[in-house]
Design a protein around this ligand. Structure first.
Ligand SMILES: C[S@@+](CC[C@H](N)C(=O)[O-])C[C@H]1O[C@@H](n2cnc3c(N)ncnc32)[C@H](O)[C@@H]1O
Length: 212
């Protein structure tokens, strides 16, 4: 999943905030007990998400794709007092683990879990509600998620989409369907005048979008 040289990544890891203990435990246990553990954001990307959230001090955050709760906890670190993060997860088998992880990280009062398909749930939220949205679920729905959340985000709010460099394939000559899908997403958002955007080459590439 990583596009950066491992020695560069090791240097970056050594020169950012250490991974908080509760997150270290979730990271370790995800790798021990859960299928496809590399879906978890991990130390460095987690610190990037935490930093971005702290920079804008959001009151409301929406996350699409909770998995074991790692990124939700990182993003919730930036919430203002009384703020709330809503996270959407389709896999009901993760519910108990997620609730335990939020509790053990001391975030159970700040994170609300919604089990079910993300798209219909997104439509239930009011417009101009969220200061930050993190899209990290089924990759084929990324454009649909972007289009469904754009009205839910306040002006100057952020939308962050994960995996947009797709292991570096988007700027190579790969022709597989998943790569084409990420190229379409990046190309479409690059010319979207409703937003400012840039891709950070963090882990598998994160697209930072700021609503005008
Ligand atoms: C890449 S993982 C999320 C990783 C997590 N954000 C992190 O960084 O720690 C993607 C998650 O999205 C969930 N997902 C997939 N399709 C979904 C859908 N239609 N609605 C809600 N969640 C979905 C998967 O079950 C999986 O847990």
């Amino acid at each position: 999943m990583e596009i950066l040289d491992p020695s560069l990544q090791a240097y970056l890891d050594a020169h950012c905030e250490p991974e908080p203990e509760a997150l270290k435990k979730i990271n370790r246990e995800t790798y021990l007990k859960v299928l496809k553990p590399n879906m978890l954001s991990g130390h460095y990307q987690g610190r990037v998400l935490s930093m971005l959230s702290k920079m804008i001090s959001p009151e409301r955050i929406l996350e699409i794709g909770a998995f074991t709760g790692y990124s939700a906890i990182c993003l919730a670190e930036g919430l203002i007092e009384g703020g709330m993060l809503d996270t959407l997860e389709v896999n009901a088998e993760m519910e108990e683990l997620l609730l335990n992880n939020f509790k053990s990280a001391g975030m159970d009062e700040k994170i609300r879990l919604h089990i079910g398909d993300a798209l219909p749930k997104i439509l239930e939220f009011q417009n101009n509600l969220f200061n930050l949205v993190f899209i990290d679920a089924d990759k084929k729905s990324n454009l649909a998620y972007f289009e469904s959340v754009i009205d839910k985000v306040k002006p100057a709010g952020l939308i962050i989409i994960d995996n947009v460099l797709w292991k570096g394939k988007v700027y190579g000559d790969a022709k597989d369907a998943d790569t084409q899908m990420f190229r379409k997403l990046n190309d479409q958002i690059a010319v979207d005048n409703r937003v400012e955007k840039l891709i950070l080459p963090v882990r598998d590439g994160i697209l930072i979008i700021r609503k005008k």
